[in-house]
Design a protein around this ligand. Structure first.
Ligand code: SAM
Length: 229
């Protein structure tokens, strides 16, 4: 089982986001575990404040180091070895499928979700092992990025997908995008399912899918083909 611990100011986002569909079933079946830890529970401030003005001035607020550190210690002390701690940030390496595969090997992972202008650098230096971005744009908080990563990693955990084949033939697995998919009916708004898929000829279907996969990658993501050269 892979366990994800998420340090967040909005635990309800993580709890609801990871409780439906495939992730929800995986949790119930015990293939994954998701624990949302509310950073606000670890502030000593009587008003439960967890942020303050940035030193040096400037817009917005910064999340304070101490509540995050105490929340981290609370989960770390229950673990046998020091975990990898991922700070989701637009300043990190951009997440991709190979990274998801590598992280799926870890039994426990900790995610830190920032808000406002970000997090006091000192606690990042103290606890973070990996800085990961989900793309070159800025979101309001780290919960969606953490959930994106948890979803992508969980699909690779044995038992999470019903059909093991699904992950194997997915986009990126062989360095290309997946071929187009069709289901019933055989005709929709005058558009027919390609004849070959109805032929029952596995060899020809395989050939067709390979070709489509290549053509689609060439059209939409030629950078992937360059990478494989
Ligand atoms: N001031 C920060 C900067 O310029 O890098 C951006 C802070 S952002 C408004 C608030 C939080 O959202 C970040 O601390 C981070 O946890 C999360 N976040 C925003 N965009 C993200 C992205 N593309 N990938 C991962 N996390 C992101």
């Amino acid at each position: 089982m892979n366990k994800f611990h998420v340090l967040t100011l909005f635990p309800e986002m993580i709890e609801s986001g990871c409780s439906t569909s495939i992730l929800g079933r995986a949790k119930e079946a015990g293939h994954i575990g998701v624990e949302a830890v509310n950073i606000r529970d670890f502030t000593r401030d009587k008003h439960k404040k967890v942020d303050d003005y940035p030193y040096g001035g400037g817009a917005g607020m910064v999340m304070q180091a101490e509540p995050i550190y105490l929340a981290y210690q609370h989960i770390e002390q229950k673990m046998e070895k020091k975990p990898r701690v991922i700070y989701v940030t637009p300043q990190g390496k951009v997440f991709h499928q190979e990274m998801a595969k590598e992280l799926a090997e870890e039994e426990e992972l900790v995610f830190l979700c920032g808000h406002y202008e970000g997090v006091d650098e000192r606690v990042l230096e103290e606890i973070v092992t990996d800085y990961v971005s989900i793309g070159d744009y800025v979101l309001t908080g780290g919960e969606l990025p953490a959930m994106v990563m948890i979803d992508a990693i969980s699909r690779l955990v044995p038992g999470v997908l019903n059909n093991g084949d699904s992950a194997e033939y997915e986009s990126f697995e062989n360095g290309m995008l997946e071929y187009p998919q069709y289901t019933r009916p055989p005709e929709f708004l005058g558009r027919k399912v390609p004849e070959v898929l109805l032929s029952g000829h596995h060899g020809r279907i395989e050939e067709w899918r390979k070709e489509q996969s290549y053509l689609r990658t060439k059209e939409r993501r030629p950078d992937l083909l360059d990478k494989n050269k």
